[in-house]
Every structure is written in C-alpha cells, then in structure tokens.
Design a protein around this ligand. Structure first.
Ligand code: BEZ
Length: 203
C-alpha cells in the first residue's frame, strides 16, 4: 500500500498511529508530499480528486480517503480494537470528531497564516478558527475524567489534536485552563505509537 504523506499533518499522523497500533505499518510505503491548497500534486490528484492527504492507495489500485475511512480500514486489516463495536463506539467516534474538528481549525489557520500573503490575512477569521479549538479543549477538560485508560480512535485522536496545537500554536495556553486534560495528555504521550510520530516539518 502507498500512503501520500506529510509528517506535519495531524490527519496523516492519525493514520500512522493507527497503523502502528494495529501492526500493519510495515505494509505501508510512505510517499512524502509538500502540499498546500495552492501547490497541488498531480500524482496525488490522479489518485484522490480532492487533492488531500492522507490518501492510501491499496494494492488493488483503488484509493481510500479520508483519515477516518483509512483508519477504520487499517483497524480491520490488522484486527485492531480501535473502533469498538459495542455502545462505546459512539463515544469513540464523537471524540474523534471533536479532535478532527480541532485539527481542521488548526490547519485552516496554518494555511491562512503560512500560505496566504500577509496583507490579505484576516485576523477576525483566524481568531474565530482558534476559538473552535479553545472551546473544544474546554469541553474535553470537562469530559477527560471519563477517558480512563481507554485507547481507541477517540482518545488517540484527541492526543494528536493537542499535539498539533502545541506544534503550530505553542503560544496557546490550553494547559493553564485544562489541568486535567494536560495530565491525561502527558500520560498518553508516552505510548510508542504517539511518541514515534510526533509532528515535524518535511525535511
Ligand atoms: C502543516 O504544515 O501544519 C500541515 C501540512 C500538511 C497538512 C496539514 C498541515
């Protein structure tokens, strides 16, 4: 399988973490891409018309996207337990949705501040995107006591979203407002799948 990939993307990281957790990482060849919405890749567009990463090209030639679909596929391929089949499934998927929304907002701000010319940037829009992940961390602070030791697509996604905020917006002070979430994050961050995939810029 071929994974279109950038080590800074939190959505790619979710796929890599899932692959490690489900022990299918060795089956994946990583194809690095420096990609922004205004610098598309013809190779990626040929496999994913949306031009987005992650995209996973299967050995039969078909391509899976987005990260949610790829993660569920890898979980099934490896016989993993990241997508529960009992009632806890909805809690896991809801946490994944909160985390993905935080990453969506974080990535949009990244594009606005890094890709768009400075004179065209819109602070009001940027602040409204940042408010999304600020409200989300406040919600997670109120819910983190229910996380326990759960390792599933929901809790892993939350850890990944918090790491992306730290990576791109290190001046965000979510730990001050969310001490319980910070303690949980510190604890889960020692998990090898997370520790081995910390976000970084493409070399
Ligand atoms: C980033 O550099 O933050 C980034 C790169 C690719 C996809 C998403 C985010």
């Amino acid at each position: 399988m071929k994974l279109f990939y950038n080590p800074a993307s939190p959505f790619v990281r979710k796929v890599l973490v899932t692959a490690i957790e489900c022990q299918v990482e060795a089956q994946i060849n990583k194809e690095p891409l420096a990609l922004t919405p205004v610098s598309p890749s013809d190779a990626l567009n040929a496999d994913n018309p949306l031009g987005k990463i992650p995209a996973l090209v299967l050995d039969n030639g078909s391509t899976l996207f987005d990260s949610r679909v790829i993660c569920e596929y890898l979980n099934q391929l490896g016989g993993g337990t990241l997508f529960p089949n009992d009632d806890s499934r909805w809690q896991a998927l809801r946490r994944q949705s909160i985390a993905d929304g935080m990453c969506d907002a974080g990535v949009l701000v990244r594009y606005e501040t890094f890709v768009r010319p400075e004179e065209r940037q819109w602070d009001h829009w940027i602040n409204n995107q940042k408010d999304k992940f600020r409200r989300a961390t406040a919600l997670l602070e109120s819910e983190v006591s229910g996380f326990g030791d759960t390792i599933d697509i929901g809790t892993l996604s939350v850890a990944i979203a918090l790491d992306y905020i730290d990576f791109r917006y290190s001046d965000e002070s979510w730990r001050n407002q969310c001490p319980a979430l910070a303690a949980w994050h510190q604890s889960i961050s020692t998990r090898p799948s997370l520790a081995q995939t910390m976000p970084k810029d493409l070399a």
